[in-house]
Design a protein around this ligand. Structure first.
Ligand SMILES: Cc1cc2nc3c(=O)[nH]c(=O)nc-3n(C[C@H](O)[C@H](O)[C@H](O)COP(=O)(O)OP(=O)(O)OC[C@H]3O[C@@H](n4cnc5c(N)ncnc54)[C@H](O)[C@@H]3O)c2cc1C
Length: 414
């Protein structure tokens, strides 16, 4: 293990181009997944460098921050459910530790979620989801339309029923990312603010990266946590490139003026015309409305169609939103994988580990990912729930990150 450095942020940014700087671990990507990996590894005594031109950026700048293990349950994703629940269980302790390390609030609200149906088809869909939740041993209560409106009076009068899930919470992903950057700095993580241009190899082993600024950063263990671009890093052998693709999501932010508060007291979501729409009320008055699901390559344009559909569906659910100021629109890229689950662990190339593919659950999965990656980096045994998510499950698949965008109709989800 190398001696811990002083950890001045950006120290490598002033380094001599071409000179190799070493640490125990080099993390490529400073989104929430790379940051939590770096923080947790540094707390275990490893020296860590993160390479990213803008640490704390990425999909977390857009994400809604629902911690929705139960309401995001999908058929065939039972293994992912176990990992999601494991992370949800770790959230209270994780959030308290992060706040203690930084003095920063995270907007962590244990407010619960109400998933409602607006017509008979939606109600049948929700009934099926409820049955699946109960079969999976999850806590979820069926409510009549009237009971839903008693909980959330701003709901449309036409609501036909819903599921009350008190265990699905929320956090503000922007505040989470900001806190993780500070926690990393305080734990001695070094930030190199540049793009990693290529992976460096020595024989059959990954040994680090060369930055676009010419700086060489070396480490015995390299973690690729580049979000939706993880499958594109030059120098990574073809059969090791993670099969991760960008899944675009558009999101709106509205503000609830004090005279309208409390507008909603918990996250409210619904399936409208087959698409998911959700409204996430933050403690600071922000109301996040999301999100589209689009296979559009790396495009992050906010479109009139996306904004229109989100407002139309959200208005059907909560008509009063038309009174609220629309303060922001945005689009981000979920790192999607073929089975919608993350890739955590050895890549198949010595010296290179993967922490990517978190798709629509990256915020929820942040605590468990940090712990799993720190376990792997220190030779400890990761938790049982992480076992199914080794990248080896895709070993026979060649990388499928799309070179060209494939356009599909808009759908909505987290
Ligand atoms: C609209 C939307 C809504 C969402 N809602 C939710 C939600 O409610 N709940 C939930 O749990 N999750 C949600 N998510 C998903 C979650 O935001 C993501 O899964 C998570 O943020 C992914 O984090 P990441 O660090 O893996 O990737 P990213 O956030 O994409 O970060 C990757 C980082 O790597 C850096 N990078 C990439 N390549 C290189 C390179 N070559 N060199 C240096 N740096 C590099 C980038 O600059 C970036 O900072 C949502 C996502 C979107 C888009």
């Amino acid at each position: 293990m190398h001696a811990r450095r002083s950890g001045q942020p950006g120290a490598h940014g002033r380094g001599t181009p071409g000179a190799a700087a070493t640490s125990d671990v080099l993390v490529i990507g400073g989104g929430i997944i790379g940051l939590v990996t770096a923080w947790r590894a540094a707390l275990r005594g490893l020296s860590v460098t993160v390479v990213d031109p803008e640490p704390g950026g990425g999909a977390a700048r857009v994400a809604a921050g629902m911690l929705a293990a139960v309401t995001e349950l999908h058929y065939g994703e039972e293994a992912l459910l176990a990992l999601n629940l494991e992370s949800a269980r770790r959230y209270p302790g994780f959030a308290a530790e992060l706040t203690e390390a930084t003095g920063l609030g995270l907007g962590y609200r244990r407010c619960g979620t109400l998933a409602v149906a607006l017509d008979a088809d939606d109600r049948a869909h929700l009934r099926a989801l409820h049955a699946l939740q109960l079969r999976s041993g999850l806590e979820s209560e069926w409510l009549t339309g009237r009971e839903c409106r008693r909980l959330e009076p701003m709901l449309a009068p036409g609501v036909r029923g819903g599921l009350r899930v008190d265990g699905d919470h929320q956090i503000d992903p922007r505040r989470l990312a900001t806190a993780l950057v500070l926690a990393c700095e305080r734990a001695g993580v070094v930030f190199h603010r540049a793009w990693a241009a290529r992976l460096d190899m020595a024989g059959e082993r990954a040994v680090g990266v060369t930055g676009e600024d010419g700086t060489v950063l070396h480490a015995p263990q390299v973690v690729l946590a580049g979000g939706s671009t993880s499958g594109r890093l030059t120098g990574v052998p073809e059969d090791v490139l993670p099969p991760v693709r960008p899944v675009k999501g558009q999101v709106l932010r509205l503000t609830v003026p004090p005279r309208h508060a409390p507008f909603l007291s918990r996250t409210v979501r619904a399936v409208v015309r087959g698409g998911h729409v959700y409204l996430v009320p933050r403690e600071n008055g922000e109301l996040v409305v999301g999100a589209t699901t689009e296979e559009q390559g790396w495009d992050t344009t906010v479109t009139a169609g996306g904004v229109y559909e989100l407002l139309r569906d959200a208005h059907e659910l909560v008509p009063g939103i038309t009174e609220l100021p629309l303060t922001e629109t945005g689009a981000g890229l979920r790192p999607g994988s073929p089975d919608n689950a993350p890739l955590l662990g050895p890549s198949g190339l010595d010296g290179l580990l993967l922490a990517t593919g978190h798709h629509r659950n990256g915020v929820l999965l942040t605590p468990v990912t940090g712990d799993v990656m720190a376990d792997l980096l220190t030779g400890a045994e990761p938790p049982e729930a992480a076992r199914p998510f080794t990248p080896a499950r895709f070993a026979a698949t060649t990388a499928t990150a799309p070179a060209a965008a494939v356009s599909t109709p808009l759908e909505h989800s987290a």
